[in-house]
Structures are given as C-alpha cells and as structure tokens.
Design a protein. Structure first.
Length: 114
C-alpha cells in the first residue's frame, strides 16, 4: 500500500486546514485508519482514528476541533482541522490503526503561527 498525504500549510492561530490522504495498492475500506502527528524532536502519536464502520476517536488535545472522515469509494481519508493552535504544528501522516508495517508516506507539514 502507498499513502500520500496533502493539504498542509502555514496558517494563523484559529485558522483551518483540511488534510487528505490518498491510498493506492490496496482497498483501505476494511481497515481502521488514522492520522498521526510528529512534532520536532518527539515521537509520532495518534491524533484521530476512524473504524471501517465509521466510528471515530480523537486524542484529548484535538477533541472538538478536528474531524476525521473517510471516503471508501475514493480510497481516501481526511482530517478537517479547525481552531488551530501553535502546538498543532507538526508533520501529519495517515496510516492504518495499527499502522501498516513499513508503510509511511512523506507526511504533510502543518505550521500554525501565533
């Protein structure tokens, strides 16, 4: 499977971004999928996940601000990010939950200025 993330950028505090993840090589519809972030000098951590049935889960720091969704017909996963804060600055990756072994995209950089 290949995963390509897009949609990151530079935004001011309080702004919004919508990240997209396009999967190829396998149908992701049967897999729980997730977004992860990796801030400078820190380990990668799970931000939000969505089951194959559409149930969602969020980390405490993003609850009420981020929304994960999936479009199985298009083999894509999205992350709507609202009310962004400087501490959201990181590289964001999508992958399965748990992750596909040795399968990480290049990620997409999100930078939130104060």
């Amino acid at each position: 499977v290949q995963l390509v993330e897009s949609g990151g950028g530079l935004v001011q505090t309080g702004g919004s971004l919508r990240l997209s993840c396009a999967a190829s090589g396998t149908a992701i519809s049967i897999y729980p999928m997730a977004w992860y972030l990796q801030a400078p000098g820190k380990q990668r951590e799970l931000v939000a996940s969505v089951t194959a049935e559409g149930r969602t889960m969020y980390g405490d720091s993003v609850k009420g601000r981020f929304t994960i969704s999936r479009d199985n017909a298009k083999n894509t996963v999205h992350l709507q990010m609202n009310s962004l804060k400087p501490e959201d600055t990181a590289v964001y990756y999508c992958n399965a939950d748990p992750p596909f072994a040795a399968t990480w995209g290049q990620g997409t950089q999100v930078t939130v200025s104060s």
